[in-house]
Design a protein around this ligand. Sequence first.
Ligand SMILES: Cc1cc2nc3c(=O)[nH]c(=O)nc-3n(C[C@H](O)[C@H](O)[C@H](O)COP(=O)(O)OP(=O)(O)OC[C@H]3O[C@@H](n4cnc5c(N)ncnc54)[C@H](O)[C@@H]3O)c2cc1C
Length: 535
Amino acid sequence: MDTTYDGIIIGAGHNGMILAAYLGKAGLKVLTIERKSVTGGGLSTLEDPRHPGFLHNIHAFFQRAITNMPWYTDLELERHGAHYIEPDLNVALLTRDNAVLGWWTDIERTAKSFEQFSPKDADTLRRWHHEFVPIVQNILSWEAKAPPLPLEQRRRLLERSAAGRRLLEVSSRSPLEFVQEEFEHPTVRAGLLFFNGLREVDLRVRGFGHHIAALLASPAKAQISRGGTAALARALDAAVRESGGEFRLVTEPKRIVVEKGRAVGIETTDGELIRATQFVASSLNPHQTFLNLLDASLVPKSLRDQVTNFQYNLLAPLFALHLNLHEAPRYTASTRHPELQRALMVIMGLDHFDQFGDILRHHEQGTIPPTAMWGACPTSLDPSQAPAGKHTGFMWEKLPYRLKGNPDWSGVGDRHGKKMLELWQTHAPNLADAVIDSFTRTPMDTERSLPNMREGDLLVGAFTNGQIGDHRPFPGAGTYRAHLPGLYICGSSSHPGGNITGLPGYNAAQIILADLGIKADWVPPPIEEHLSRLD
Ligand SMILES: Cc1cc2nc3c(=O)[nH]c(=O)nc-3n(C[C@H](O)[C@H](O)[C@H](O)COP(=O)(O)OP(=O)(O)OC[C@H]3O[C@@H](n4cnc5c(N)ncnc54)[C@H](O)[C@@H]3O)c2cc1C
């Protein structure tokens, strides 16, 4: 077997595969190695082994604006079988008294829903949407699709345009301050913080005040993959193979091989040496890449300290309850809001924004907060994910990775799953007789399944601790180049971060091709040029 490639990528999650496909299209011979027996990482759909035909998306399910992503079009993923559904009612928050706060793909319908709670908040929503549409279009969406600029250079460029100055001004607040200062109704505040904030950033941290306005203004709404999330993994896998790329599954690196100070390949845990003439790129977390896979003599103390100080999200780990159902949940609130039966994400147990402080305190103490959860009935939008006439459903809850200091959830998980089901039944009483079978997954299961999601952090690194932009994962490694020639990073611990965006892989491809002197027609113009042209 030929064991020399132009490049080796470690980890066949979506970021690794997007990088592999672009580099393959540029004519490079690329091998991607993956410890599991399937590609996709967080793009995973399991068929319940006890109930054939019931599919469960155990990691990513709600995917934001996949069809708007440049790689989705460039890699022709629909030709490779991907298909996305974008439900009109993207998010519905059910209050204890069965009122519904809805977030629609159409902002005016969202404003009308807000009006039921507070006409003033509905007007505030319209105002922020209007003001932020050009900021999202002209600045934020460009920045996400480009290697990040040094923070000072970015600031100087943004200060040159009115939109840039406004962005800097709004971001100087925290999401919590933004919501408290701009909106009045407790349910509206809770909803905005939840579906725009809690899932991604620490709400108390200044520098993210623009986050909610940006998400409200973004054309990017939640979508789901027909046939299950893994359908996107299969499409990416096919695109990689079509570009000439190869995979080695059930293969783990023991170390990254470095010769004369340059990364030149990997040695597998089976002792095989696989060489790379141009690059090695890791989509794993900084602990894995720099501490586990590089000989300690190759990692200077200052870098070792940076890795050791890299922080994972306290609030990201998820606990999941998955159900096989005879019928879809029938919400009591749907008698007044029939559209609820076609909602994508449903949130329950969250009525007041004060709950966030409580959730945070429980995470710090390693205890379980009162349940606030969100999830979906995938089969009400995509019947192909269950046998004919049957359904699946799931709910997620943010729960601490460690319960009272111990990540072992044995004996607690099923009990907690029952509590979640009880809350679900208060809103959808038919679930009492509809459940065929169920299972739960804990934050520890996430880490076992995907070790790059250390401590169950599905975003693979916090956005606090300065870990953003060209300081993600840490200063000196923010442009996908590691400290050794030929070594790159390309996963969620790089800009712009976790979730299914594919942008760390997309941006890393730009950097690797530039370093190799290969021109590619898909590469956008340099971000500094774009920002300096704004009025
Ligand atoms: C419960 C849960 C729910 C989520 N829900 C959503 C959601 O609704 N929407 C959303 O956008 N995101 C969601 N996410 C987050 C999303 O799945 C991740 O942010 C995303 O998968 C990260 O992509 P990646 O390519 O960087 O890493 P991954 O998808 O984790 O891929 C990394 C790959 O590297 C492999 N690997 C790890 N260690 C090694 C090793 N030593 N050797 C070889 N290979 C290795 C892994 O097996 C994996 O295939 C969720 C995650 C979880 C856990």
